[in-house]
Design a protein around this ligand. Structure first.
Ligand SMILES: CCCCCCCCCCCCCC(=O)CC(=O)SCCNC(=O)CCNC(=O)[C@H](O)C(C)(C)COP(=O)(O)OP(=O)(O)OC[C@H]1O[C@@H](n2cnc3c(N)ncnc32)[C@H](O)[C@@H]1OP(=O)(O)O
Ligand SMILES: NC(=O)C1=CN([C@@H]2O[C@H](COP(=O)(O)OP(=O)(O)OC[C@H]3O[C@@H](n4cnc5c(N)ncnc54)[C@H](O)[C@@H]3O)[C@@H](O)[C@H]2O)C=CC1
Length: 294
């Protein structure tokens, strides 16, 4: 906590003051009463993160935990989810998880039964539904339209769109039946807004996520459940490693901020939407793109 009269705000950032100005200790503006506990915007939250085993989902898990949330880290890849929990300092897997510890779960979000079991396991482990739900699980199967297979279309839609439908529905059902408020954040993509060569399947799935989330926001607002989409641009993760270098070189030149984003850039936006700092925001699409395709 910044001492009174230090010219620093409640976060310890320098206040914009005229040169030579010295905050009179009695006269400085009331800093937001802040102790360590109130710095933790999510200290009472249970957060379910899908796709938590890599890239953006892992960064989201780390950031939410830093803000005090208990994280249920879910991934198709159990080992990757456990590695994320280890990074958070948690011990468990759903078999031995002590209540409250960060915990790893395995599920294929494209399968209805797996998602139903996931929400059952999370509630059995923590005796409550997750009040923060972040759907990061996703994949690409890029190909030109003229050559794209039905399987490439089906798998991308199943994971990226149906998976978010299943997780959003199961989480909302648990929250509504328990009378709990919540914040659901679905990871779309700027591709869902503008399309992209080689991604008819992926673009359709991500555009669908936006419409799904806006509709969920309309239906769930009355229950105190907010639903928002985040639309990242090119973010450095294993997913973008597959992009041909010549395409990557071209797109970097199109980004007003001149560089690719990091998973932590997305995690910061997600954490804002998860917290009460965004308490009157629902149905929004938040672009984290460095200005690409603004
Ligand atoms: C003028 C360039 C503008 C680039 C704009 C790109 C904007 C993308 C923003 C995305 C931000 C969010 C990303 C996200 O949500 C996470 C992801 O989805 S990461 C994966 C993104 N995927 C792609 O961008 C597709 C990349 N392309 C490919 O994987 C392969 O090209 C493909 C499998 C589709 C076909 O492979 P192949 O048959 O081997 O053809 P080439 O690779 O040789 O390409 C032929 C030709 O087409 C050009 N090209 C390919 N992809 C793109 C593209 N996305 N945008 C523009 N041009 C593309 C490629 O450069 C070649 O051009 P030549 O002039 O013939 O060299
Ligand atoms: N990296 C980027 O530039 C961008 C990524 N996104 C989106 O962000 C999300 C996370 O992507 P990244 O972290 O970059 O990718 P990533 O490939 O690093 O991580 C994706 C994670 O999802 C998991 N997953 C895949 N299919 C699953 C399934 N059926 N069930 C459960 N988990 C599954 C994978 O195991 C992996 O751990 C995705 O939805 C992606 O579409 C959106 C815009 C840009």
């Amino acid at each position: 906590m910044a001492p009174r009269g230090s010219g620093l705000d409640w976060r310890g950032c320098a206040l914009a003051t005229p040169p030579g100005w010295d905050w009179p200790s009695a006269g400085c503006p009331p800093a937001r009463p802040l102790d360590m506990a109130s710095q933790l915007r999510l200290r009472s939250a249970l957060a379910l993160v899908t796709g938590a085993g890599s890239g953006i989902g892992r960064a989201v898990s780390v950031r939410l935990a830093k803000e005090g949330a208990t994280v249920a880290a879910c991934d198709l890849d159990r080992a990757a989810a456990c590695e994320t929990v280890w990074l958070l300092g948690g011990q468990g897997s759903e078999k031995v998880a002590p209540g409250g510890a960060h915990t790893a779960f395995q599920a294929d979000v494209s399968e209805a039964g797996a998602v139903r079991r996931l929400l059952e396991q999370v509630q059995a482990c923590f005796s409550r539904p997750p009040s923060v739900v972040v759907s990061c699980a996703g994949l690409t199967r890029d190909e030109f339209l003229l050559r794209m297979s039905e399987d490439d279309w089906d798998r991308v839609i199943a994971v990226n769109l149906k998976g978010i439908f299943l997780v959003t529905q199961a989480a909302a059902q648990a929250l509504v039946s328990s009378g709990c408020r919540g914040s659901i954040i679905n990871i779309s993509s700027i591709v869902g807004k503008v399309g992209n060569v080689g991604q008819t399947n992926y673009a359709a799935s991500k555009a669908g996520v936006i419409g799904l989330t806006q509709t969920a926001a309309r239906e769930l607002g009355r229950h105190g459940i907010r639903c928002n989409s985040v639309l990242p641009g090119f973010i450095t993760t294993p997913m973008t490693q597959k992009v041909p270098q010549k395409v990557l070189d071209k797109v970097i030149g199109m980004i007003p901020m001149g560089h690719l984003g990091d998973p932590e850039d997305v995690a910061d936006a997600v954490t804002f939407l998860a917290s009460e700092d965004s308490g009157y925001i629902t149905g929004a699409s938040v672009e984290v793109t460095g200005g690409l395709f603004m």
